[in-house]
Design a protein around this ligand. Structure first.
Ligand code: AHG
Ligand code: MN
Ligand code: MN
Length: 323
């Protein structure tokens, strides 16, 4: 029955091949456990009365859903007890969260516990995203904000869990991208998409074109040219970033999110929780990312909740986007 390796078999094989300490394997397995629990909660949300608003706003000004809170609490509580992290940062927390007795831990992790949560109430796919860095501050001292102000190029691992028609765990440690599908009957992640690579052809674009009237002229022109030059061009935009990126990685396509309002430089997506980790996935899958000037992975955040723009997907198309 188990024709596919389980997550733990696969990770342990990889770890043995590089003679690792095992710490990293345990981190990925821990994230896998969190993904299974959130998947269960998302699946029964309509019955458990946990859909809808929590009645508050987070530091980015988004209205917070009950499931955002539940997913955030789960990430914070579970990861604080693993011993692997000195500090955590979450889209739903105002400041970094220092882990009690975490001074000797080597890593920090940033996450978007539930991405696309405005789609949650309507049974549309949502996700969780994570980004792991080694600390830059000295071991034995408390972690600081500096540990989270690192460019995406220094991430040691990143990935997402997609709660869709099936639940998938997709991650990279810098050696390509592997995707696992949850078999809910046995509660195991099974390797279903080894070494995912973005296909060459690129017909799909994902953009929220409602903002087009306040886009910069060159952004309108870029998308116009994409549509005009490709007779097969078609639009797929879910509004759950994880799902939009996942589809583009599997099928080929570009994700297009310039400044929503070019004159005010209004951006929606958050560098630490969304852009950096998903950019690592896209680039490890053979694609490219840009803010119009450089790869998303080269941007060093100056603030914890910094926002930015991103064009991501097929390298040949992304390389033609300039700002
Ligand atoms: P979150 O639910 O974590 O706040 O993220 C929502 C993000 C992203 O998933 C999505 O692509 C984008 O916000 C949608 O924003 P717009 O409705 O402005 O396009
Ligand atoms: Mn999000
Ligand atoms: Mn979120």
């Amino acid at each position: 029955m188990l024709q596919h390796p389980t997550l733990s078999q696969y990770i342990l094989d990889q770890e043995r091949a590089v003679r690792g300490s095992g710490e990293f394997s345990q981190i990925l397995l821990d994230i896998g456990v969190i993904g299974k629990v959130i998947s269960r909660e998302v699946n029964k949300a309509g019955l458990a009365g946990i859909l809808g608003e929590a009645g508050t706003e987070n530091s980015s000004g988004d209205s917070v859903k009950k499931l955002d809170v539940l997913a955030n609490d789960l990430f914070v509580n579970y990861l604080s007890k693993t011993g692997h992290f000195a500090a955590l940062a979450s889209e739903e927390e105002t400041d970094i969260v220092l882990v009690p007795n975490g001074e000797h831990a080597k890593y920090v992790i940033a996450f978007d516990p539930l991405d696309g949560s405005s789609n949650m109430d309507f049974n549309v796919s949502v996700g969780s995203i994570f980004s792991i860095h080694q600390r830059v501050t000295a071991l034995g001292t408390p972690a600081t904000l500096q540990d989270f102000l690192q460019p995406g190029s220094t991430q040691v691992a990143a990935g997402y869990i997609l709660y869709g028609s099936s639940t998938m765990f997709v991650y990279t440690t810098g050696h390509g991208v592997d995707g696992f599908t949850l078999d809910p009957s046995v509660g195991e992640w099974l390797l279903s998409h080894p070494q995912m690579m973005i296909p060459e052809h690129c017909d799909v674009y994902s953009a929220n074109e409602a903002y087009m009237y306040t886009w910069a002229e060159q952004d309108k022109t870029f998308l116009e040219n994409f549509k005009r030059s490709n007779p097969k061009a078609t639009s797929r935009h879910i509004g759950s970033l994880v799902a939009d990126i996942h589809r583009n990685v599997l099928k080929g396509g570009i994700y297009f999110r310039p400044y929503d309002d070019a004159t005010k430089h209004t951006a929606k997506l958050r560098l630490n929780y969304e852009l950096k980790p998903l950019a690592m996935i896209v680039e490890q899958a053979g694609g490219a990312t840009t803010d119009g000037q450089q790869s998303i992975l080269n941007i060093t955040p100056t603030e914890l909740h910094q926002k930015g723009v991103m064009v991501a997907g097929n390298a040949a198309i992304v390389s033609t986007y300039k700002r």
